[in-house]
Design a binder for this molecule. Sequence first.
Ligand SMILES: Cc1cc2nc3c(=O)[nH]c(=O)nc-3n(C[C@H](O)[C@H](O)[C@H](O)COP(=O)(O)OP(=O)(O)OC[C@H]3O[C@@H](n4cnc5c(N)ncnc54)[C@H](O)[C@@H]3O)c2cc1C
Length: 415
Amino acid sequence: MEVIIIGGGIIGLSSAFYLQQAGYAVTVIDRTDMQQGCSFGNAGYICPSHFVPLATPGIVRQGLKWMMDPKSPFYIKPSLNSSMIRWGWQFMKSATKSHVERSAVPLRDIALLSKHLYEEWNRVPGLDFSYDPKGMLELFNTEENAHHAEHTIKDALALGIEARMIDAQTLQQMEPDTPIKALGAIYFPGDAQLYPNQLMQSLMQYLRQQGVRFVGNQEVTSFITEGNKVQGIKTTTGFHTADHIVLAAGVWSRDLARQLQLNIPMVGGRGYSVTFEDAPYKVRHSVILSEARVAISPMNGNKIRFGGTMEITGLNAPPRMQRVEGILASVKRYFPAYDIPVPAPEKVWYGYRPCSADGLPHIGNLERYPNVTVATGHSMLGISLGAATGKLVSELVARMPASMDITPFKVERFS
Ligand SMILES: Cc1cc2nc3c(=O)[nH]c(=O)nc-3n(C[C@H](O)[C@H](O)[C@H](O)COP(=O)(O)OP(=O)(O)OC[C@H]3O[C@@H](n4cnc5c(N)ncnc54)[C@H](O)[C@@H]3O)c2cc1C
């Protein structure tokens, strides 16, 4: 049985991993050469600690305050674009306390499943992605966030996720390489770090060896349908037939889904990162700077990556270097000895997180076209939830019972 996967990001590749293992003939089609997308320059956190979706009452309040600041961590460009308006409306409707409470268990379950599967991948000969299960530190330096941290720890413990309050002195002992200016931190010992660029390269190489076919630089433009079956896809240079289609095209899934009469309100949440090799800036754990919403990732022994910002804007808007200046300036507020120069624009990476309207992914077979599986909308958690999503996709294609309850991820929930 032949399966075509549209999109060679982490969701497409991990789906290919499990589908190939289950005996399907798999082809991954991507419109690019699969070297630069959102699954490459991200922070690489595997984070069961992130059981709160993006859509929260707090982010709406904070987002409105930050709207006018070009260096702020969260920015929504006001727009009359209909996709943006639909997303914004659903996002506001989802940003409630009860939604946050309802989302915690499914987000925890898929993150824990994923972490377990990454640990299995780490033992697969030929797969190497610098997996480091050292845990994550979430630094805060305001009283308000110290208070918020206490609540987060309480919620985490209630979900069975280990979390500890760390005072400034202990934090400095855990990160002894440079002075730190923070009131304290939450330590999540169950989180892990990987090097996404290496993960993607390694997976691609491994999958090729296992017989997965890759078709690069071909954009899928439409679907060939007959009744309630999708027979294949058309691309910029031809067409391909298949028994089953997996739509895993990141934020671009939205427009492809629309052709199948499916409404997935989704926008690209642009984030930026800069990576240094053998730099004098050192951290031993993955670090999040709470107030600045910046991630610092030590990777692959000698690399460090600074990343952040959530910029909801058009998918073709030119990058804004002020955002990068904002990220690096905020690092100095917590790590006063680190004067990180703003690199030339060509050294700055940026990518578009596929941000669903409620912060939960869309994973499932289509009601209207049951031989299409959709897997997208992972927002800021695509790497963390990647391995589990691939596994769930393979179960959906095979019509086997799923490894977890995927009802909250229902694809048609906004249709
Ligand atoms: C700064 C930053 C930091 C982040 N940090 C983390 C983190 O620490 N942990 C975490 O879990 N997540 C993180 N993320 C989010 C994570 O990177 C994304 O959720 C994830 O990469 C999305 O993967 P994807 O496979 O869905 O989409 P993508 O990686 O965008 O892949 C989609 C693919 O589909 C292809 N495609 C699109 N349209 C078509 C078409 N018509 N035909 C053929 N191909 C098509 C694209 O070319 C692309 O290769 C971060 C993101 C950013 C920006």
